[in-house]
Write a protein that binds this ligand. Structure first.
Ligand SMILES: *[C@@H]1O[C@H](CO)[C@@H](O)[C@H](O)[C@H]1NC(C)=O
Ligand SMILES: *[C@@H]1O[C@H](CO)[C@@H](O)[C@H](O)[C@H]1NC(C)=O
Ligand SMILES: *[C@@H]1O[C@H](CO)[C@@H](O)[C@H](O)[C@H]1NC(C)=O
Ligand SMILES: *[C@@H]1O[C@H](CO)[C@@H](O)[C@H](O)[C@H]1NC(C)=O
Length: 431
């Protein structure tokens, strides 16, 4: 009526606007439609086989499920952290079983392979499904097809379903302990430094370590500091010890580090105010504040809206030592004594110092190792006079003589509490 009526500019405008809106809305609906959960069965008893392993291969052998997480920051979805073959996995479906009436919903997943694959055929992926509107499923199964017998599929608990209040301020995520790890002294020193700086929880994705190290981990688990996530990735994929692909037939980089870090962020999203992503040989050392809590409140105050704080990595070669804090009982413990390594390599003009991060996990969607890929909050480069990453390892600039290194004893400020705390742990574990 209105559209076919008199020649009026007003009518024409209304007409165009209406048509455009109708077309846009139906286009958006169509876009969403394949992803909307559909009921395929009612009166089911919801008895999939609940899986507790950290890495579960699906039947296709090209999809590996780590864990599903509830995420309602944009819309109500289940986000499954996984590993997929970047080309081999085209379609996946989430199977939700809703109690009490046993309705089974199937929703097509969006498969988002993270961009930082570094040439490897397998990479971290978010497998994201819209959840049924009027149910909050507790478990989900993932399958290549919308047709199957749900009772036969492995079923995964959806974590983060209930909101919680923070139980800790800082959680450190150590992404992959592997290769018969036996750097016991440096590990204990790092954990004790984290605790001095304000950490209550250290999450370790453990592939493999020495017997002695097992003893230390057991002590820290009983203490409540360490949480071990078993990480048997090499029983599923050929892992590389390098971060980028060397054309050597391996499947995934650096023991699946990137997937572990993403899982760690979601695992701690509700319980930890901040998550710290670094390796066991790295310590973010505050230079103007006594600990991380004071440093982070100051950084947050200066940077409203920031959720990602990046700290410059600096190498303190373990080959250059200073004969101080030579504690005789420590000489019987395998590993580096960080108190003896206080010379750092100078910056190089043409080489970028990689960063390590302290993040607000609720502001991050996808992370890489030295930066985030997707986040709601901004990233801030923290100046090197506020804090730097003390990284004690083999040198990068091996040719430099000792005189060309920078003596930096910031770590020594903590010597007395560090020595006391390390001694306590050593006497209850390996000595
Ligand atoms: C999947 O991989 C495992 C271990 O690598 C192997 O034993 C199994 O035969 C594979 N299954 C398929 C369907 O390829
Ligand atoms: C850890 O890996 C090493 C080889 O890197 C192997 O010799 C050792 O048996 C493994 N230890 C365990 C407990 O699997
Ligand atoms: C520590 O002291 C012992 C003797 O007590 C000595 O043999 C050793 O070389 C010293 N180590 C360092 C790194 O100073
Ligand atoms: C070790 O710590 C104590 C107490 O904090 C301090 O007085 C001393 O100067 C520190 N030692 C060194 C070598 O920095």
């Amino acid at each position: 009526m209105l559209c076919g009526g008199k020649k009026s500019y007003f009518a024409a405008a209304v007409c165009i606007i209406t048509l455009t809106s109708v077309v846009t809305l139906s286009y958006l609906r169509l876009q969403r439609l394949p992803y909307l959960p559909k009921i395929i069965q009612e009166g089911s008893r919801c008895r999939g086989k609940i899986t507790h392993s950290t890495i579960t291969a699906l039947e296709d052998n090209r999809t590996f499920i780590i864990s599903p997480y509830f995420d309602d920051r944009e819309s109500k979805v289940t986000r499954v952290i996984g590993i997929v073959h970047h080309e081999g996995v085209k379609q996946l479906y989430c199977w939700f079983c809703c109690q009490p009436d046993g309705k089974i919903y199937v929703a097509r997943a969006k498969i988002d392979v993270h961009s930082d694959r570094f040439g490897f055929p397998y990479g971290a992926a978010d497998i994201v499904c819209l959840e049924p509107e009027n149910c909050n499923p507790t478990h989900v199964s993932i399958h290549q097809s919308p047709h199957a017998n749900i009772d036969q599929l492995p079923s995964f608990k959806i974590k983060n379903r209930k909101s919680e209040t923070f139980s800790v301020d800082f959680t450190v995520c150590i992404s992959a302990m592997f290769g018969n790890y036996n750097n016991v002294l440096q590990f204990i020193q790092s954990v004790e430094m984290y605790k001095i700086l304000g950490v209550q929880k250290v999450v370790i994705y453990k592939n493999n370590c020495s017997q002695l190290m097992e003893k230390v981990l057991k002590f820290y688990m009983e203490e409540g500091t360490v949480e071990i996530i078993p990480w048997p990735i090499n029983s599923h994929l050929k892992v590389s010890t390098k971060w980028h692909f060397m054309q050597d037939g391996t499947h995934i980089g650096y023991y699946g580090q990137i997937t572990a870090l993403n899982d760690c962020i979601y695992r701690n999203m509700q319980r930890s105010k901040f998550v710290v992503l670094n390796d066991a040989d790295e310590i973010i050392l505050p230079l103007k504040h006594p600990d991380w809590k004071a440093m982070m409140s100051s950084l947050q105050e200066q940077n409203p809206g920031a959720g990602i704080f990046l700290f410059e990595n600096h190498i303190f070669p373990k080959t250059v030592s200073t004969p101080v804090f030579n504690i005789s009982s420590w000489n019987r413990v395998p590993g580096v004594n960080i108190l003896q390594h206080v010379h750092r390599e100078p910056d190089r003009k043409e080489v970028f110092n990689p960063k390590k991060m302290i993040i607000d996990p609720r502001q991050v969607v996808q992370t890489s190792v030295h930066s985030v890929l997707r986040a709601y909050g901004n990233s801030v480069n923290v100046p090197a006079d506020v804090a730097l990453v003390y990284h004690c390892r083999v040198p990068l600039q091996e040719e430099l003589p000792r005189e060309s290194l920078i003596r930096d004893t910031a770590l020594w400020r903590y010597n007395s509490s560090l020595i006391t705390n390390v001694n306590k742990v050593l006497h209850q574990t390996v000595l």
